[in-house]
Write a protein that binds this ligand. Structure first.
Ligand SMILES: *Cc1c(COP(=O)(O)O)cnc(C)c1O
Length: 425
């Protein structure tokens, strides 16, 4: 399998090269050349890791990681993925039982296993700018990976204490730097290292943001596994409702459907950042600055994976027909969290709530709302809504018990490099 750019102006390459590159040289995003059809019969009895390995094998033909694929899957996907029935035709797929309690663990852990194996000859330095959640998933996934050193930049004082804790509690091969600036400054610093000769002399650089093909492919596995499980137990295909910000997670759902997994429909839910629902309604694509909402991991005004969706559905009408979209206000997020607590005794996070609200707008066929994060990550906003404490899972409790190290750095590329060299040598 080869990977090519959505802009068709970069030579095709195998998976590992696309993973190392992140963005294609022409500025486009890597996509696989084809979506091989899967033989569903061979997967009837398979457990998660087996399903993932079989699904991903055709995407690794010709790649140096192919012999390791089964080990990569069993090390990356080592936590449960429950599919729960909520009422007659509503189900919840819980993607938040990994180490940092959000679905980003799937992509980050898979990428970490791949990149560590690709860096045995020379160490790789991973540069990450984070406004919260991505940083903790990447830090947890790469902690202890001997061939990778990770540098995480976050805006000092602009992320929650709990988020900062989950980034700064690691040590070892993870260096977290509190930058005197904004999230955009952090992103700018990361970008500048890739064109800075001083950085190039010092280390081999890589990044791990959500456009990386190494994070997207593994996200197909939970749609594949749960759709098969659903078909086997219910005798029909489910639809999925995906809470979306950068639209990576929903892209993975469409890719799984394209392979022939039993998925009836795919719908998206957004928060008040409505650039994609507006496009589907008006035909006019207008990226803009993001607005802050309760579902803050979806506060995206220029969805970075939209280019992959457009590549899949070049015509507006086709995208419209394939992807019903619901925009959900903070008011409706709050009402949905209360409703699910009172009616089903389920505490859902604000991101998951967008999908649960959208479910009410859709047909009475079976729909699976995709639950993207554990509610305890957002306890401060949820507890006042439901008037009850949100239980803290053991993974979070363990992280919160670890001591943290704060390293503050000026918003300046050479100051960052000096700090990195002083830490890692
Ligand atoms: C990142 C994230 C999303 C949005 O996923 P995309 O792939 O960016 O659309 C939704 N919910 C949570 C909890 C997230 O962390």
């Amino acid at each position: 399998m080869q990977y090519h750019s959505t802009r068709e102006n970069t030579p095709p390459c195998p998976f590992s090269d696309a993973l190392r590159a992140g963005l294609a040289a022409d500025g486009g995003l890597y996509v696989p050349d084809s979506f091989p059809q899967i033989d569903l019969d061979t997967l009837r009895e398979a457990h998660y890791v087996e399903t993932a390995t079989q699904l991903l094998t055709p995407y690794f033909t010709d790649d140096i990681l192919l012999p390791d694929l089964s080990a990569i899957c069993s090390q990356a996907f080592n936590f449960p993925v429950p599919l729960n029935k909520i009422n007659d035709n509503t189900y919840l797929l819980e993607l938040f039982h990994g180490p940092t309690l959000a679905f980003k663990d799937f992509g980050a852990r898979f990428l970490a296993e791949c990149l560590n194996r690709l860096s045995t000859d020379t160490k790789t330095t991973l540069m990450i700018a984070t406004s919260g959640d991505t940083g903790s998933a990447v830090a947890a996934a790469f902690h202890g990976k001997e061939n990778i050193q990770v540098v995480i930049l976050y805006p000092e004082g602009k992320i929650s204490d709990r988020q900062a804790h989950q980034i700064t509690c690691w040590g070892d091969n993870i260096l977290a730097l509190a930058i005197d600036g904004t999230f955009d400054d952090c992103q700018h610093l990361v970008k500048s290292t890739f064109t800075d000769a001083n950085w190039q002399d010092y280390t081999r650089l890589s990044t791990a943001n959500s456009i990386n093909i190494g994070r997207l492919l593994p996200q197909m596995t939970y749609y594949a596994f749960s759709s098969l499980q659903f078909l086997n137990s219910q005798g029909e295909k489910p639809g999925f409702i995906v809470p979306s910000g950068n639209f990576g997670n929903v892209t993975a759902a469409f890719w799984a459907k394209a392979m022939g997994f039993p998925i009836r429909d795919i719908a998206v839910a957004t928060n008040a950042n409505t650039v994609v629902p507006d496009y589907l309604a008006t035909g006019h694509y207008a990226p803009r600055a993001s607005v802050e909402t309760l579902a803050n991991a979806m506060d995206v005004g220029k969805p970075s994976n939209f280019e992959r969706l457009q590549y899949l559905f070049p015509a507006l009408d086709t995208m419209r027909a394939h992807m019903p979209a619901t925009a959900v206000s903070d008011h409706d997020i709050t009402a949905t969290i209360k409703h699910w607590y009172q009616t089903y005794n389920k505490i859902i996070c604000p991101h998951t709530a967008t999908a649960c609200f959208a479910r009410e707008q859709l047909s009475d066929q079976p729909w699976v709302a995709v639950a993207t994060a554990d509610a305890s990550k957002f306890a401060n906003v949820i507890e006042p809504m439901i008037g009850a404490p949100v239980p803290v899972p053991s993974q979070l409790a363990a992280l919160l018990a670890k001591p943290t190290h704060l390293t503050s750095v000026k918003n300046d590329a050479s100051a960052v490099l000096a700090t990195v060299k002083a830490y890692f040598g």
